[in-house]
Design a protein around this ligand. Structure first.
Ligand SMILES: [Fe+2]
Length: 230
C-alpha cells in the first residue's frame, strides 16, 4: 500500500499544496440531505389550489397588443422604478396548461404598463428610451408551481381620442414551449371606465383586494392565466 506522500506525489500534488489539500478522511460519510427536491415540489403543490382562481379551465382570453410593446425587458419582480409615484399594487397568479390542467413551470411573463399619469416610456416619439431603459416593464419566470408575483403601481388611465378613455390595464404576453403565446390585458374591477371601453373583455376584469405590510396598505390582484395547447 502506498504511503500518503507517495500517493500525492504520484498524483502530481506538491507537498506544500498537500498540506492543505481538501482530501476527505478515511470513513467520511456524505452529508445528509434534508429532503429531495421532488418532495419539496410535491408538498408545495399539496398546499396550493388545484385549479385556477376563477375555477375555469378555459384558455384565458386574448386582448389587443397595443402600440407600446417593447422587446427585451429585464427579468425582475418590481415593474416600476424605486419610489415610483402611484398607488401601490402587487399582482400575483399562476400559469396553467389547459390540456394537462397542471401549472406551467418556467412560463415566461412579459408585462408592461403606463405610469401614474397614463404614459408609456416609449410614447413620446421625440424622446425614445434607449435599449436598456425599460420603465414600467419587466419579464419574469413562473416557479415550480406556475406562480409569479410582481410589485408595481396602478397604471394611469389614458385617452385614445378626444372623448374616449382606456381604463386601467396592465399588458401581458405569456409564453411556454408547446403552448400558444397569449397576448392579453389585466383590468381592475370597479374602474368606472371599464363600461365604455371598446377592447375590454369581462373575463379579464379582476377583483382588487387590500393587504397591509409594515403599516402600509396596498392593493393586490390575483390573475391566473390558462394557456392553450398548440
Ligand atoms: Fe395600454
Amino acid at each position: 500500500m502506498k504511503s500518503r506522500r507517495k500517493f500525492l506525489k504520484a498524483a502530481g500534488v506538491s507537498a506544500a499544496v498537500a498540506g492543505s489539500a481538501p482530501f476527505l478522511p478515511v470513513g467520511a460519510i456524505a452529508t445528509e440531505t434534508s429532503g429531495k427536491v421532488d418532495d419539496f415540489v410535491r408538498k408545495l403543490m399539496a398546499t396550493l389550489p388545484k385549479q385556477p382562481a376563477n375555477g375555469s379551465w378555459g384558455a384565458t382570453e386574448d386582448n389587443i397588443l397595443g402600440p407600446f410593446y417593447r422587446k427585451g425587458a429585464m427579468f425582475r419582480a418590481k415593474v416600476t422604478p424605486p419610489m415610483e409615484p402611484g398607488r401601490l399594487l402587487v399582482v400575483n397568479g399562476r400559469v396553467w396548461g389547459d390540456d394537462t390542467r397542471k401549472p406551467l413551470s418556467m412560463a415566461i411573463l412579459d408585462v408592461w404598463q403606463a405610469d401614474d399619469n397614463g404614459v408609456y416610456d416609449n410614447q413620446n416619439p421625440k424622446k425614445q428610451p434607449g435599449l436598456t431603459e425599460m420603465t414600467n416593464r419587466a419579464r419574469m419566470v413562473a416557479d415550480e408551481a406556475g406562480r409569479y408575483e410582481f410589485e408595481s403601481i396602478h397604471p394611469g388611465r389614458y385617452m385614445i381620442n378626444d372623448t374616449t378613455w382606456r381604463p386601467e390595464h396592465i399588458h401581458f404576453m405569456v409564453s411556454h414551449p408547446g403552448y400558444q403565446t397569449l397576448v392579453t390585458q389585466l383590468y381592475f374591477e370597479g374602474d368606472p371606465h371599464n363600461a365604455g371601453d371598446d377592447f375590454i373583455k369581462q373575463s379579464l376584469i379582476m377583483k382588487v383586494n387590500q393587504a397591509t405590510t409594515h403599516g402600509t396598505t396596498y392593493d393586490t390582484v390575483t390573475f391566473d392565466i390558462v394557456l392553450a395547447k398548440k
